[in-house]
Design a protein around this ligand. Sequence first.
Ligand code: GDD
Ligand code: MG
Length: 359
Amino acid sequence: MAVRDDVDAVILVGGRGTRLRPLTINTPKPMLPTANAPFLKHLLARIKAAGITHVVLGTSYKAEVFEDYFGDGSDMGLEIEYVVEEEALGTGGAIRNVWDKLRNDTVMVFNGDVLGDTDLNAILETHTSKEADLTMHLVRVGDPRAYGCVPTDVDGRVTAFLEKTEDPPTDQINAGCYVFRRELIKDIPQGRVVSVERETFPQFLESGRRVIGHVDVSYWRDMGRPDDFVHGSSDLVRGVARSPLLEGKTGEANVDETAGVAGGVLLLGGTSVGRGAEIGAGSRIDGSVIFPGATIEPGAVIRDSIIAAGATIGANARLSNAVIGEGAQIGARCELRDGMRVWPGVVIPDNGVRFSTDA
Ligand code: GDD
Ligand code: MG
C-alpha cells in the first residue's frame, strides 16, 4: 500500500463510554480488550494498512492511558500525537482542538469506537473525485434511531444531518468517519463544547458546503453498547470482521498464550481469553470476552458475556448477556442474564442469584 503522507488521521477517543459501564470506570472504551488487543489498536492497524502514518488522538477521559500504551506509535510504524482536552469539548470541539497538529489539507477523522472493514482509500477517492468539502462514510442499519441519520440526493450529496432522531427519514446513517478539507475545521468554534453532529454538520449544510456521502456495504458496528461490544469482539476473533492484527489467526477462539485452560473446556463462538486468565475444567464459554487475569471456575457456562479483569466466576455458574466488573466475585451456581451488570469488586455469594431451581 502506497504511503499517504498527504492525509492526517484524527481519532476521537475522549468519550466516557457511559453505555459500557462498569467496564469503562477504569479503562477508556477504545482501550478495552477485543480479540486480545485494545480496540483502538485494530483501528490504528487499519489506518496504517491504508498507508496513513500521522495520527492525532483527541483524548480527554483517562487521557494518560493512551500514551502509556501506544507511546509515539513507532512500534506500529505510526507517528502518534496526543491532544488532551482538560474538559471534554465534544466531538466538534475535539476536532477543532487538534488544528495545530494538522499538516495536510485532507484530514480523515474517526470515531474511536467503530469496527469496520471499509476501504479507507475508497472514501478518500470519493472525497477527491467529487471535490467535496466534507465526505462522510455512511452505512445502512436496521434501526437508525441510535445514530446520526444522513439522507443524500441522487448525486450523493448530503441533504440533512439528523442526530439521534426518533423518526428517521432513511436507514442511512453516519458511520463515524469523515474526510474534511482542513479549512473547514477552522470554522468550528474554539475553546468551547461543540457537537460536530448537532451543530457543525447542520451549519455546513446550511451554508452550502459541499458535503458528500460515501455509502458502502462492508462490515460496520459501533462498539458502544455491551451487546455490540460482545458481538464485535466475537466477529473479530472469527474473522467475520477483519483486522490486520489478526490475519491468519482467526478461529472459534483467541486465547492468550499465558492463559491457563484446563481439560474439557469448550471455547466457542469467537470467545477471547486474555493474559493470565484461568479457565477451569469442563466450563463452556461461547461468544464471550474474558479480560486478563479473570478466573472461571470449573463447570461454568458463559454466553455472550464480558468478564472484566480479575473477576472470578464460581463453579457451575451460568451467565448469559452479563457484564461483570473488575475484580467482582460471582459465587458458585449463580445465574446472571438479560443484560445484568455487576459493579467492580461486588461479591455475590454462592447460590446468590438464581432464576430457576432446575438449572
Ligand atoms: N476527544 C473527545 N472529546 N472525544 C469524544 C468526546 C469529547 O468530548 N465525546 C465523544 N468522543 C468520542 C468518543 O470517545 C467516541 O470514540 C466518538 O467520539 C463518538 O462518540 P460516541 O459517544 O460513541 O457517539 P455515538 O456512538 O453515540 O454517536 C456517534 O457515532 C455514531 C456512529 O457510531 C455519532 O457520530 C453518530 O452520528 C454516529 O452515527
Ligand atoms: Mg459510538
